[in-house]
Design a protein around this ligand. Structure first.
Ligand SMILES: Nc1ncnc2c1ncn2[C@@H]1O[C@H](COP(=O)(O)OP(=O)(O)OP(=O)(O)O)[C@@H](O)[C@H]1O
Ligand SMILES: [Mg+2]
Length: 440
């Protein structure tokens, strides 16, 4: 299924919503290339996610009929590769007569660093300065790039998209998709998106999945599911990137704790990764993260947290060989539902284990592992021994029923156990009485 963000990606510069002066600067810079080489051979589009930077670059290329040479974050961008791909493109005109000229686009340049992209930025700097063809660089955070690198570019900032512009895009999509709704509803989605048009469109698609009408109460869920949406955002950021840094940031910046994020990733990795080897790699890393999380919980060893986060974020992000651009409706982890369904049973088990451990001076874990199977056999096979044990351990009816499925038998043992307990109490008080009488 084509995602709506793909389907409605602006094809022309004038279709890019918001940021009019930035779009104008971009168009003007492109115009300058028509009559020679401008002062800045490279333009750097920067700003928050989902504001149309990538879309604007490609819209410009298609509008001017430019041949795009692209290198994005999913490609390795070492010195060698930059020189080979960007360098050769920068030095010659397009060879394809159906295009006007070449345009070099590098997305997520703030992600070029570290061991994988060794020397990439230094190599790029040369082409930024000397290219004979226009270069568009795109970044979320340009301030992480060296100052002398930035100084070589024409920096054009994209701001968060204003609500009115978001609203217009949402209305347009609803008309095209035949969705019946009203302005108030779309305004709520727009407000909630906080300037990120991509997430507004994704929310609209998620909320209208399988229906043609969108009412105010459906969108209510948007605010109620706020934490869920935040986690969707974290998942998208991990699953859809191939940058280790971006994936790690997604977890650190999320309002959710690492263990919850891990469970969401486990639930949704098979929905995202279609390729079996991608999925196998993702699960191998998730299981490593799980081992770390287990140690952290048991020993409170929080120094291990970065390792767990690294495995679940960068590990999962880099498990794929290429990005999946499909839309995925991420699901609530079943393990949480299972926890909720089995909570009662687990509480009963815990209270039985507690009683056994108190009497026998063993751990609750041992009680469950060693005494439970024995109790089950005795209670189901010998009413006499069973009621002795039940009395000794002071099990209540619910606890006896945990082992005995047949209700009549369980009740029978419970009442016999009660009699044995009553008898024991009577006997001990008589003893006290006899003893005290002898005293006098
Ligand atoms: N200004 C916009 N006008 C129209 N559609 C937009 C705009 N911004 C985002 N979108 C929608 O969101 C999608 C993603 O936008 P785009 O990839 O251009 O964002 P971006 O600024 O490059 O974000 P990122 O920093 O996360 O890469 C587009 O395909 C389009 O559907
Ligand atoms: Mg982009």
């Amino acid at each position: 299924m084509l995602t709506w963000v793909e389907k409605y990606r602006p094809k022309k510069l004038r279709d890019v919503a918001g940021n009019p002066s930035s779009i104008e600067s971009l168009a003007k810079w492109a115009e300058e290339w028509k009559s020679g080489i401008p002062k800045n051979r490279t333009i750097l589009l920067y700003g928050p996610a989902g504001t149309g930077k990538t879309s604007a670059a490609y819209a410009l290329a298609s509008e001017l009929n430019y041949d795009c040479i692209e290198l994005n974050a999913s490609d390795t961008r070492t010195q060698d590769i930059i020189n080979r791909i960007v360098g050769s493109a920068a030095m010659q005109d397009t060879l394809d007569p159906s295009y006007e000229r070449k345009l070099i686009i590098l997305d997520e340049v703030d992600g070029i660093h570290g061991k994988f992209d060794y020397g990439g930025l230094a190599a790029l700097k040369k082409w930024v300065k000397e290219s004979l063809q226009p270069i568009i660089l795109i970044a979320n955070n340009p301030w992480s790039l060296p100052r002398e690198f930035r100084a070589l570019t024409l920096m054009v900032g994209f701001k968060k998209i204003d609500q009115r512009s978001i609203l217009k895009v949402l209305m347009h999509i609803c008309t095209k998709e035949g969705i019946e709704t009203d302005e108030k509803v779309l305004k709520m989605i727009a407000t909630n998106a906080n300037g990120d048009l991509r997430s507004a469109i994704n929310d609209l698609q998620a909320l209208t999945e399988g229906k043609k009408k969108l009412a105010l109460r459906d969108v209510d869920a948007l605010t109620m599911r706020d934490s869920e949406l935040k986690i969707f955002d974290t998942l998208i950021r991990i699953f859809k990137t191939t940058s280790a840094d971006r994936a790690r940031e997604a977890v650190w910046e999320s309002g959710e704790d690492a263990d919850t994020i891990l469970k969401w990733l486990v639930e949704n990795a098979p929905r995202e990764y279609e390729d079996a080897s991608d999925l196998a790699r993702a699960f191998e890393r998730l299981s490593r993260a799980d081992v770390f999380m287990g140690r952290i919980m048991r020993r409170q060893d929080w120094d291990l947290l970065p390792y767990a986060i690294n495995a679940m974020s960068a590990g999962v992000a880099l498990a794929k060989q290429h990005k999946y651009s499909k839309f995925v409706r991420y699901q609530y982890p079943q393990i949480f539902t299972l926890y909720a369904q089995t909570r009662k049973a687990r509480e009963v088990m815990d209270s039985i284990a507690e009683k056994i451990s108190r009497k026998n001076h063993c751990s609750k874990k041992d009680a469950k592992a060693e005494y439970f199977p024995m109790l089950k056999i005795v209670l189901n096979n010998s009413a006499e021994m069973g009621s002795q044990l039940a009395s000794e351990l002071e099990l209540d009816l619910e606890e006896i029923q945990f082992f005995i499925k047949e209700e009549r038998l369980a009740k029978n043992i419970y009442s016999q156990a009660n009699e044995i307990s009553a008898e024991r109490i009577r006997a001990s008080t008589t003893k006290v009485k006899q003893f005290s009488l002898g005293e006098f």
